[in-house]
Design a protein around this ligand. Sequence first.
Ligand SMILES: [Zn+2]
Ligand SMILES: [Zn+2]
Length: 178
Amino acid sequence: MKVNIGSIRELRGSSVRFQGEQAIESLNEVEELGLKLNGPARIEGKVTNTGEGFLVEANLSFTYEANCSRCLEPFQTTQNLQIKEEFVPNYNQVEDDSVFTFQGDIIDLEDCINEQVILALPMKFLCDADCRGICPMCGINLNQRQCECTVQDIDPRLEKLRSLLPTEGGGSNGKPNK
Ligand SMILES: [Zn+2]
Ligand SMILES: [Zn+2]
């Protein structure tokens, strides 16, 4: 995604709007996370000549597929994020690595977008913030149905009922023979 700022280069305080798409190359590096990007990121915003540089303010959105780290089911989600980054012309001889530079009239947003997308990814991929995950005992997806192993653990009435059943020891009242 490249933005031509030629029309505002000498006009401090004025802005130029832009919109477009950017392929996210940086996600290839995190493929081991099982992440699959559905098409390029979409970006829309403006660049303002601040006098010292050019301030890029934009909304970015991208859609990806991943496997939920709790229930292991694949899901798709669209993430939105905001970018606010100053670009300075590289003839200013900036030695600060933390600012982006550009040459001529063209601001290339590719590196900036790649960086922001990586930073925006969650530490854990969840199909839903309330995902109930899978039962560690029987392995069923607890979002779809409740299993009995969980009920046993939390329902005292069932616990009592179970004590009435004969156990493997074979004694009466469920108590094993000594
Ligand atoms: Zn899930
Ligand atoms: Zn279970």
